[in-house]
Design a protein around this ligand. Structure first.
Ligand code: MLT
Length: 258
């Protein structure tokens, strides 16, 4: 397991909330949440190797390696117990955190994600994406992915598209390849859903074709007492396309812990 620390953005004071980013993204995707929550919560945003401020990956890193390093670094920062907010790849990382330290997690938000492992077709697509990144660079694949990730309304919003491009530009080719590798070997977490014993909110975008709302609803149904919300007409990045609604959900879940 890699011992190289990752970079963790650390803003605000109060009960700790760990935000786990999607692919191919970095902690900047959570700026609209941190802008509102940092006055009442300590917002911690680790970045996967090769993304944002984190160092380049030294070797193959699984999402479980990432979770182990994050857990160790959080403890070193004095953060023992925390809420977890994970979107898409960040949700996969959230499952890895739960597997290793369920007792340290106080609340959980799973947005635009799934508990299943990759099927063989998805693994093959990831290999093709890795080849594409090696050949043409990060923006080539990120630009193409955005067409599926964003709703039609968001795609027509130049400032949101520019913001996503900026975030993606902070991901290195090595980081993107490491994320793809890590996602393709992640274990299936479906059998563990029933053991999630913390207040959980599952949030889906009604126009998300990457992680369709019906799949998210069924995942929520397998988590004891989980709340499920569908934000109509928004795509995969629900927190960026509907920040006010998303932040409202976070506050509703987290406020009682203050
Ligand atoms: C993400 O947004 O993190 C990706 O769509 C996840 C994936 O490729 O499985």
């Amino acid at each position: 397991m890699s011992a190289i620390p990752v970079y963790i953005h650390d803003d605000g004071e109060g009960p700790a909330v760990v935000f786990l980013h999607a692919f191919p993204m970095d902690a900047g995707m959570w700026d609209p949440q941190v802008a509102q929550l940092h006055t009442d919560f300590r917002c911690l945003r680790p970045e996967f190797w090769g993304c944002g401020e984190s160092p380049l990956p030294a070797d193959d890193h699984s999402l479980d390696d990432f979770a182990a390093v994050v857990l160790r670094q959080l403890a070193a920062l004095g953060v023992q117990r925390f809420a977890v907010v994970g979107l898409s790849m960040g949700g996969y990382a959230a499952f890895a955190l739960l597997r290793q330290a369920r007792e340290r997690v106080s609340h959980l938000v799973l947005a635009s994600t799934r508990s299943e492992a990759d099927a063989s077709q998805a693994r093959a697509s990831r290999q093709a994406l890795m080849d594409w990144v090696r050949r043409d660079g990060v923006e080539a694949i990120a630009g193409s992915m955005r067409q599926r990730q964003l709703s039609p309304v968001a795609l027509a919003n130049p400032s949101l598209v520019a913001r996503l491009r900026e975030i993606t530009a902070r991901c290195t080719p090595q980081g993107v390849i490491a994320c793809l590798e890590a996602m393709s070997v992640r274990p299936d977490s479906t059998a563990e859903l029933g053991a999630i014993g913390v207040p959980t909110h599952v949030i889906a975008g009604g126009a998300d074709v990457v992680t369709p709302a019906a799949e998210m609803r069924s995942m929520a149904g397998a988590i004891p007492n989980a709340r499920f919300s569908l934000i109509a007409d928004v795509g995969h990045f629900v927190n960026l396309e509907a920040p006010d609604q998303f932040n409202g959900f976070l506050k509703e879940l987290l406020e009682p812990s203050r």
